[in-house]
Ligand binder design. Sequence first.
Ligand code: NAD
Length: 269
Amino acid sequence: MDTELKGQIAIITGASSGIGTGIAKSMAEAGATVIINHSSDKSTEAADAILKEITDAGGAGMVIKCDVSKEDEVIKMFADVVAAYGTVDILVNNAGLQQDAKFDEMTLAQWQKVIDVNLTGQFLCAREAIREFLRRGPRPEVSAATGKIICMSSVHELIPWAGHVNYASSKGAIKMLMQSLAQEYGDRQIRVNSICPGAIQTPINRPAWDTPQALNSLMQLIPYNRIGQPKDIGNLAVFLASDKSDYITGASIFIDGGMTVFESFADGG
Ligand code: NAD
């Protein structure tokens, strides 16, 4: 077992599926105690199964149900983790969703839901994490940084996305949330960075990969010619949470098989 995150407590939001599960598994493999957050009774079984897989493999952690867009639930989640383990060292602000519509047909409810979960959820969790990092102070025995926050952004903090204006707006805003926090708390040795995935094979984008035709069309956007996997993101998240990345803060790291080099220009445009 890798021990880069040994002795550290990591909350991973939206960890009952997809990228969050990949990160929880990778961080547990690296020695962290992982809190598998999920949001509803429907995802309890999946979250429990992931925790079992992690503990069967020698890892440790717990499951917490909490809707990240609800202030009281987020405050309680952090209080429960501190009560159970003493503190929090790593927050992975991963929970997110899409509610797609043409802009002229988008309802206020669709706009609001995506902003509430993808942006306000990251605000609420980051605020509780930073409060805990400041309360607790440095823990040099486990990490050079006093705390680490990893925000799950997207290539769509850079690439505009017709038909998904609410989602692209939420990810564009996360860039400024992340960088402003890195600026505000850098002198307290709190590191804040974003992961910006391209196409990763998860339930959120099933129509983009679940037929050979869809996958073939997706490959037109990806120079490296494969879809990403949750493990790809898990590997990067472990690096960003570990002391190997101790001089990285305020950065958006794109992990997209080259999607942001705009393959449609490969033949000269
Ligand atoms: P996913 O649908 O498998 O995972 C999203 C998770 O968020 C789910 O477990 C869901 O239950 C959880 N969630 C939703 N609302 C929540 C709430 N209110 N409180 C707590 N949890 C909630 O999709 P995914 O691809 O794993 O997405 C994870 C993150 O990665 C999202 O932020 C998404 O925007 C981002 N992302 C994904 C891709 C991709 O290609 N899959 C690309 C770029 C960014």
